[in-house]
Design a protein around this ligand. Structure first.
Ligand code: KG4
Ligand code: ZN
Length: 333
């Protein structure tokens, strides 16, 4: 084994570690933080403290599942950003300490690039150019990938991310955080009978704040007339909101494919776990003649397998980080 990379992810509320040897995934473990449910969203300070508690056991578990010891590692990849600064600092400090102890190189990974590289963890892998819709709790982007290192952002959200649209809707409906998976589940028994507007944006950009406002006024108006409106119509409201979010995403993706002529098309990020988006992409791909790529569930939401994969891509490009590299909450492509 030439390149044995430990990936560490701590950008938000999951602490994760994975081991990848010469591009083969040997292990991937995640500790999910439950405390945020109580607050209806991720509390940065709570997240940082939980990362501190989880990081050592999670790394131990990843090494044990890979049947390796720390001395077998040839590089440590960590999420440098974007994400919550305090959370990123825990992963960065741990990765740096391990690099010094093992005398192995540090590899700084971009979290959103890693979401895209989740497509390269297992076969079948996309060929280039590859068009990827990256949809997470903080980002919504259309990215063109010409090789493992060359990214072009073709469009992105001008305000809220797609995951935020799900989570903020959930908050208005009184659902737990994160609401995306709950809305997905409830929508399965509902009918998309309520119409929400599709925003107008320039180029290949997205906008979700208008949708949020229209959902809020729709709910206020109906709850005023019937205080039980939400309970009585929950599944239909979820189906309607989800249908609109998915159509906003897929319409822009189709435009990007038409403009670029790219036929290798995929989705990535937490929202790519959404069943309507997955099904919608498959149907659209069949209709348009695309080859579509949908990550396994475990590689959609935050995980360290994708960080180790992105770290491996960096290694192949001889792109190592200096030990004084700082984590960063915002990081453009
Ligand atoms: O990529 P991710 O795990 O973390 C970030 O990098 O942000 O994405 C988290 C987001 C949350 O907004 C969550 O509600 C959403 O992904 N999500 C979903 C589903 N599973 C997770 N949204 C819709 N449907 C799902 N099944
Ligand atoms: Zn993410």
């Amino acid at each position: 084994m030439k390149h044995v990379i430990l990936g560490i992810e701590s950008s938000c509320d999951d602490t994760a570690a994975a081991v990848l040897a010469d591009g083969q995934l040997l292990s991937s473990t995640t500790a999910t933080q439950e405390a945020h449910r109580l607050y209806g969203g991720v509390v940065p300070e709570v997240a940082s403290r939980a990362h501190l508690e989880h990081i050592v056991p999670v790394v131990h578990q990843a090494l044990a599942e890979a049947n390796l010891s720390a001395n077998d590692l040839t590089g440590i990849a960590f999420t440098r950003g974007p994400g919550l600064l305090g959370s990123l600092m825990v992963g960065a400090a741990f990765a740096k300490g391990l690099c010094i102890a093992l005398n192995q190189p540090l590899i700084a990974v971009h979290h959103m690039k890693a979401h895209i590289l989740a497509h390269f963890i297992e076969a079948p892998q996309p060929t280039f150019p590859f068009l990827c819709l990256t949809v997470s709790g903080g980002h919504t982007q259309l990215v063109r990938l010409d090789d493992l290192h060359t990214y072009t952002v073709l469009g992105q959200t001008l305000d809220d991310a797609a995951g935020e649209a799900f989570d903020k809707t959930g908050k208005m409906l009184g659902l737990d955080y994160p609401a995306g998976p709950i809305i997905d589940r409830l929508a399965k028994t509902g009918t998309p009978k309520f119409e929400f507007p599709e925003p107008k944006t320039d180029g290949l950009n997205f906008s979700f704040s208008g949708l949020k406002t229209s959902i809020r006024t729709f709910l206020q108006r109906n709850v005023q007339a019937n205080p039980n409106f939400i309970e009585e119509n929950l599944a239909d409201i979820c189906a309607s909101v989800q249908t609109r979010i998915v159509s906003i995403l897929l319409n822009r993706l189709a435009e990007a494919a038409a403009q670029t002529g790219i036929t290798q098309v995929g989705i990535a990020g937490g929202v790519s776990a959404n069943s309507a988006l997955r099904q919608g992409l498959t149907e659209l791909g069949n209709q348009k003649g695309w080859t579509t790529y949908i990550p396994k569930f475990g590689y959609c939401t935050d995980n360290a397998a994708m960080i180790a994969m992105a770290g491996y891509a960096n290694v192949l490009n001889e792109d190592f980080a200096n030990l004084n590299v700082k984590p960063t909450a915002r990081w453009e492509f």
